[in-house]
Design a protein around this ligand. Sequence first.
Ligand SMILES: Nc1nc2c(c(=O)[nH]1)N[C@H]1C(S)=C(S)[C@@H](COP(=O)(O)OP(=O)(O)OC[C@H]3O[C@@H](n4cnc5c(=O)[nH]c(N)nc54)[C@H](O)[C@@H]3O)O[C@H]1N2
Ligand SMILES: Nc1nc2c(c(=O)[nH]1)N[C@H]1C(S)=C(S)[C@@H](COP(=O)(O)OP(=O)(O)OC[C@H]3O[C@@H](n4cnc5c(=O)[nH]c(N)nc54)[C@H](O)[C@@H]3O)O[C@H]1N2
Ligand code: SF4
Ligand SMILES: [Mo]
Length: 762
Amino acid sequence: MLDRRRRACANARSSRHPEETMSDTTTHHRICPLCEACCGLEIQVRDGQVTGIRGHDADVLSAGYICPKGVALKDLHEDPDRLRAPLVKRNGVFEEVSWDEAFAEIDRRLPPLRAAHGRHAVAIAVGNPSAHKIGLLTYFGKLARALGTRNVFSASTLDQMPKQLASGLMFGHWLTVALPDISRTDHLLVLGANPLVSNGSMWTVPDFRGKAKALRARGGKLVVIDPRRTETAAVADAHHFIRPNADVFLLAAMVRTLFDEGLVRLGTVADWVVGVDAVREVVAPFTPEAVAPGCGIAADTIRTLTRELAAAPHAAVYARIGTCTQEYGTLCSWLVDVLNTLTGNLDREGGVLFAKSAAFASNTAGKPGIGKGVSTGRHHARVSGAPEVYGELPVTCLAEEIETPGEGQIRALITVATNPVLSAPDGPRLARALEQLDFMVSLDIYLNETTRHADVILPGLSPLEEFHYDVAFPQLSWRNHARYSPPVLPAPPGRPAEWQTLLKLAAIVRGEGAAVDADALDEAEFAQDAERLFGPHADAVVAATVAYRGPERLLEVALRSGPYGDHFGRKSEGLTLAKVMAANPTGGIDLGPLQPRIPEVLRTPSGQVELAPPSLLADMARAAADLARPAPELVVIGRRDVRTNNSWMHNLPVLAKGPLRCTARVHPADAARLGLRDGTLARLANGPRQITAQVQISDEMMPGVVSLPHGWGHDLPGTRLRVAAERPGANLNALLDDQQRDPLSGNAVLGGVAVTVHALHE
Ligand SMILES: Nc1nc2c(c(=O)[nH]1)N[C@H]1C(S)=C(S)[C@@H](COP(=O)(O)OP(=O)(O)OC[C@H]3O[C@@H](n4cnc5c(=O)[nH]c(N)nc54)[C@H](O)[C@@H]3O)O[C@H]1N2
Ligand SMILES: Nc1nc2c(c(=O)[nH]1)N[C@H]1C(S)=C(S)[C@@H](COP(=O)(O)OP(=O)(O)OC[C@H]3O[C@@H](n4cnc5c(=O)[nH]c(N)nc54)[C@H](O)[C@@H]3O)O[C@H]1N2
Ligand code: SF4
Ligand SMILES: [Mo]
């Protein structure tokens, strides 16, 4: 045991020594933490300054791919507006304070508030970047548990909750997500996603363009369904406009066509699927003719789309944000996998497969082939009654839970890497609600539209000052792998890592005071966790991992006890953190293409793929009732640009330069009808909610649809985002209603919302 530990230490040290290249320039390899593509980067450093960032050609996952945001890590690191010390608001003004003072302020104010009003009075909200931070992901739960509040909110209910719910109901775990096997498929049908720009989501697929090109070069076909002729549509074989919010009808009609035309084949999973007849019954109302007007797609085209999918030797259907952030998000996410299953493409090479990640893989935990499945609604939001899903309430309930008096009213909030004032519907209402709070703490790196409302802001480190290992995304990757990145630059002395901040906050909440030492606390908690997880072997695990601390230690345990692990010496060829660290300069460890995993991957109580979960069948009645609903004249949808990342990267000069990106794109026919001129301003309105945006006329839009990116609106007072404020853009979410949700997942409706547009020029 001791020998192994020494080796681990030695390797750990050597992998921290970057390659020496020219005289005093060093080369480092770092996974990009900015989006789900998780590209491997090669970063040059000289005299403590980043001098170059490019893709790492040897990276086992991304093979040299990079986008402009990866390059912007330098700007992020150097951004003078990025917070480097805690801020405390005194008499309405933020003052820089020491870490001790910041924690003391929280200790003075938070525990008494909790004691007076109960644990649910303190809410917590967590955002997108936390998914890219091992420290936040592995230690957030400790703070949430200490709080014991049911008021847990996250950006998941602005995003992928429908996909997670549908996957959980069908396969038994919310991270058991079926991923297109892009390198071996012959036919890829994409709905409501633009991976050429977004670089993929709930599907880690760096260089989608290259992979799509390879697919077409080997004779395969890429088909895109989107109300905008997107960058992805531009490289596809076929693109069809669809009326926003109509995907549920299209997908149901495709499923019905499979049954009608005798095209249903379950293939290799035939023995593991239940519910086929129930699906056949529930799609009965959705004939291609019945859905065609609502979709804006001809019935014959719907049949052709279906036949091509069924006829392809290997095919995959993939759908993302455009199909999740709408009224039928969960139904759409489910029907996508119904199509994958009924065409014989579930769990087969070239179809859709499940990843098997090396560490923290929830879909390798527990007994193979059977499990508890998932349930929702264990508690409900106090005001709206919305059900809990995976321990969370919809973030669109946050404002009303703060505003509405009574038992259980939210009086304090902790935000962790989230900017809901811009990212969630009806941001202005939420901003007003945040002002009513008795106390607010933000873990964030900027003083922005949300954190300006905080009483205390606690900044994390620059990504270049932290080690990295992706917890979530190897579970969603196109290929299995394990990659570790050491810090590129040393953290400034005295600055805690975010996991330490979370531990301190948890201790304060538990009443242990502000003076506790985070490292000592971590050591004690690690020993307790080891006891719980490893029983009689706990002491050996503690001893074997003593070279590491914090999230690195959890990673060591997860890797060694994971599906490729060395099981603490029982499988000597297996993975350890030291081995993964040692592979950093050579691009990580490739664990091969995805493999079929049914039935082993299933965790449903039946041990089967649940093709017809009762809650989803029941919700289809809502869709059927809406079939004849007339389409609004004009609806708004979202858009992403390669130089943006939600709300928070508009302050980086390298990304901010160039043409204005926050424009309202409208079809020429709509522009003519509404008297809109290119480059002039227009007012968009949804009931009382209004914003002003610059018009861009473009025939890439479907007539009747206007597209505007989200995450803009940097003109609010009290922020410190000097570059972003120069061209603030309009906040799409100031136009949207926070009461519109997918009832099953609680996900916000962010697209397909009826708006009016008025020209503001003379
Ligand atoms: N209308 C509309 N709205 C949308 C969407 C849409 O398509 N249309 N998309 C939705 C989606 S998919 C998502 S994921 C959400 C995102 O919603 P959020 O997660 O709320 O928003 P972000 O803009 O990602 O804000 C991230 C916050 O984290 C901070 N941050 C960045 N790095 C760090 C770090 O290392 N540590 C800490 N502590 N903080 C950090 C940033 O300063 C910022 O405050 O937005 C959603 N909103
Ligand atoms: N450059 C960049 N990359 C990003 C982000 C970013 O902000 N900028 N954000 C990251 C995040 S948090 C996420 S979750 C992912 C999202 O990744 P994607 O899901 O690929 O996101 P989008 O690029 O917004 O693509 C959504 C598409 O849905 C279309 N759409 C809108 N409504 C409908 C509809 O009703 N039906 C159909 N079929 N299509 C519709 C839109 O026109 C758009 O093309 O991107 C990530 N990557
Ligand atoms: S696509 Fe761009 S932002 Fe996303 S991980 Fe790769 S380099 Fe980073
Ligand atoms: Mo997202």
